[in-house]
Design a protein around this ligand. Structure first.
Ligand code: SF4
Ligand code: SF4
Ligand code: SF4
Length: 299
């Protein structure tokens, strides 16, 4: 019986051979066993390079915003459930046509944290995977054209591990203490914009931080500008972030960006009942107005 990689490779090969897509974006084995890296396949005979494992950490949907990729027209892409939600959000926001994409969904039971993978960790468990995997509802992607089943065992959750526990801790703090916590984190920011580059939903051709007539955000690396940048980016992603975690993984100074994103996602859900990237036919939450919307802030 074909294993995961063989099934994946056959789907990609058939898509390329049949001319249904001219590019397949997927993962291939890295130069060390615990690493995978993105690969761009344009010839059917190269489909054998495709692979998938619990080290396939990158959200490949980020490449869909690149002009070099868009020029291929019809594209096949290998996605985990969390990353697939980015495709749905891009379709919702008219950045992508459903007919232009073939989604090769991977059943996924968790991705091992990169710092542990680098030390040789090979077992998917509640102590080795990312927080997002512990609250995952999309082990099977919500939308796909092809589905490749997982060979890994399902995560066995004991309930003793609390993902994103710091959010509850922050919620219980005074405004001053919360502000001090975030000031300390944002003070580390280098304004490298790796978080933006890694995000599949940061696709503006000219980011607000690069606009200087007027200058909305102080681009200096200092207290006010750092807070402005991180808070404005968080607001721009609120109701849109699909929780892939790539911004936090890209941050060279380890600012816990997922705490902000997850907090915004929880608040958007409790206020508007919205979860990003689950339905390509739903309108983006901040793109619609309802009289019953939460509006305490303008009273
Ligand atoms: S959040 Fe779900 S789909 Fe995404 S890597 Fe974790 S287990 Fe896989
Ligand atoms: S803000 Fe971060 S977690 Fe959210 S979609 Fe962008 S990269 Fe992924
Ligand atoms: S990746 Fe980190 S350091 Fe770079 S701009 Fe984003 S928050 Fe700042």
């Amino acid at each position: 019986m074909a294993n995961t990689d063989e099934k994946l490779q056959k789907i990609a090969k058939d898509l390329l051979e049949g001319g249904e897509v001219s590019l397949v974006i997927g993962y291939t084995k890295g130069s060390i066993p615990q690493r995978m890296r993105p690969v761009f396949i344009t010839k059917a005979q190269d489909a054998s390079r495709l692979s998938f494992s619990c080290y396939a950490v990158q959200d490949l949907a980020v490449f869909l915003k690149k002009p070099e990729v868009k020029k291929f027209g019809k594209i096949g892409i290998v996605v985990k459930g969390c990353d697939e939600k980015a495709i749905n959000a891009l379709i919702q926001e008219y950045q992508l046509l459903r007919d232009d994409i073939k989604i090769i969904g991977m059943e996924c039971n968790g991705i091992i944290r990169q710092n542990l993978a680098d030390k040789g960790e090979a077992a998917v468990s509640e102590t080795t995977v990312y927080d997002k995997c512990l609250i995952c509802n999309e082990h099977t992607p919500v939308l796909y054209d092809y589905l490749v089943p997982s060979e890994n065992q399902k995560l066995n959750l004991s309930g003793n591990i609390k993902p994103y526990a710091k959010i509850e801790e922050l919620d219980s703090m005074s405004a001053e203490d919360k502000s001090a916590f975030w000031k300390k984190e944002f003070d580390k920011c280098l304004k490298c914009y790796a978080c933006r580059q890694a995000c599949p939903l940061c696709y503006c051709s000219r980011c607000i931080v690069e606009k200087n007539m007027p200058q909305w955000i102080d681009t200096n690396i200092e207290e006010t500008g750092n807070a402005q940048w991180n808070l404005i980016r968080a607001y721009h992603l609120s109701g849109r972030c699909i929780g892939c975690g790539e911004c936090e993984r890209a941050c060279p100074v380890n600012i816990p960006l997922m705490l902000i994103n997850e907090k915004m996602a929880r608040d958007t859900y409790s206020l508007f009942g919205n979860k990003s990237g689950l339905d390509i036919n739903a309108k983006p939450v901040f793109g619609v107005f309802s009289e019953s919307d939460f509006n305490e802030f303008i009273k």
